[in-house]
Design a protein around this ligand. Structure first.
Ligand code: FAD
Length: 330
């Protein structure tokens, strides 16, 4: 591997079932900074079926080149097949850095692709920088339960790969009319085989509102005390047009599903308003919500860590405070 042959910053634009994931725009923000510092191009990669339609918006949000592998055989995601396609694209075009989203799909795809390519991957990073001295990618991620931040490098192989946590970067702004170069990559069914077979797509039962896109979140912790307690939080969330979330304690207690968990081992969110009810504010929870614009904490204990970081700290029992909020909102 001659490292000098590898040029340009790639981002994987996840697109499934006719929808482009907004994580692509976050990766374009992160990738743009890297590409500018290196004096290289920013490229987006689309793999799937009928995904070419998304190239326009990728250009308008900063991509200089969009690589597209579009084939009916790629309609349903299978990580073996997608990873082989990506590995072949990497071999053909030799990117220098390659960022993928740390979504469910991206976590599995990035790991497999890195193995097929024979390079290193920093999984689940929250920040990426270029080291000015040698142009290496420095990818930082929480470690030891969020108590330390580790910066990881990949010194000897290219591309340097990294999966980035959703919501770690703002979405790249739209520059209407901006355009770029499109490169098509042919899918070869004989080459991209797999033992896995797609059977059926079953949509998870959501309540309509995507937590990562919610502008207002009402979160409950151990202080909620029981599964039924979340009904009250749902009422407040509904009144505010927001979504409900949780710390890990209620998830572990079986009061609410894991997909609502915010934090180090849950989801990262950046709402305009985060109302934390009965949550103490341990570092692992803060890792997922400290980017919120305004934090309101409702807690019986004035010494709870979250009361120190909250913009508004309300000392009291959530079963008194939340009904009072609902009453006031009437
Ligand atoms: C590797 C690792 C990963 C982790 N990942 C996550 C993660 O992703 N997300 C996460 O949240 N945690 C995570 N944790 C767990 C984390 O360390 C804490 O244990 C957890 O966040 C505590 O949840 P909590 O604040 O709801 O509960 P507690 O810490 O028990 O706090 C409950 C709070 O509720 C208050 N309270 C009680 N009753 C009421 C009431 N009626 N009204 C108002 N306030 C009340 C109490 O004063 C207290 O402050 C992780 C831990 C580890 C080791």
């Amino acid at each position: 591997m001659t490292m000098k042959d590898f040029k340009n910053v790639w981002i994987f634009a996840e697109a499934q079932r006719g929808k482009l994931s907004p994580t692509a725009f976050e990766l374009l923000t992160a990738g743009r900074k890297l590409a500018d510092e290196l004096g290289e191009k920013l490229c987006a990669v689309l793999v799937g079926y009928r995904v070419e339609q998304f190239a326009k918006e990728l250009f308008e949000r900063g991509a200089d080149i969009v690589y597209i592998c579009d084939d009916a055989a790629l309609e349903n995601y299978l990580d073996d097949v997608y990873a082989k396609v990506l590995a072949d694209m990497v071999a053909a075009y030799k990117p220098n850095k390659f960022l993928l989203p740390a979504t469910n799909l991206g976590r599995s795809l990035s790991a497999k692709t890195a193995v097929f390519v024979g390079t290193g991957l920093t999984a689940d990073a929250t920040e990426v920088l270029i080291n000015k001295e040698d142009g290496q990618l420095h990818a930082t991620r929480p470690t030891f339960g969020g108590n330390l931040m580790a910066t990881i490098t990949c010194a000897h192989t290219r591309p340097e790969m990294c999966s980035l946590r959703p919501m770690s970067y703002e979405k790249a702004p739209l520059q209407a009319g901006r355009t770029g170069e499109t490169v098509h990559f042919a899918f070869d069914p004989a080459k991209h085989t797999t033992l896995a077979k797609f059977m059926e797509f079953i949509k998870s039962r959501g309540d309509g509102l995507d937590l990562s896109e919610a502008e207002i979140i009402v979160a409950g912790g151990r202080g909620v005390g029981k599964a039924e307690g979340f009904e009250l939080l749902h009422k407040l969330a509904d009144r505010l047009g927001g979504a409900v979330a949780a710390s890990r304690a209620p998830v572990d207690s079986g009061w609410i599903d894991y997909r609502y968990q915010i934090g180090l081992t849950g989801r990262t969110v950046k709402p305009k308003l985060y109302i934390a009810c009965g949550i103490s504010g341990q570092i692992q929870h803060m890792a997922g919500m400290s980017g919120s614009d305004v934090i309101v904490a409702v807690n019986k204990d004035p010494e709870a860590p979250i009361m120190k970081v909250a913009n508004y700290a309300i000392e009291g029992d959530l079963y008194d405070v939340v009904p009072a909020m609902l009453e006031a909102l009437k």
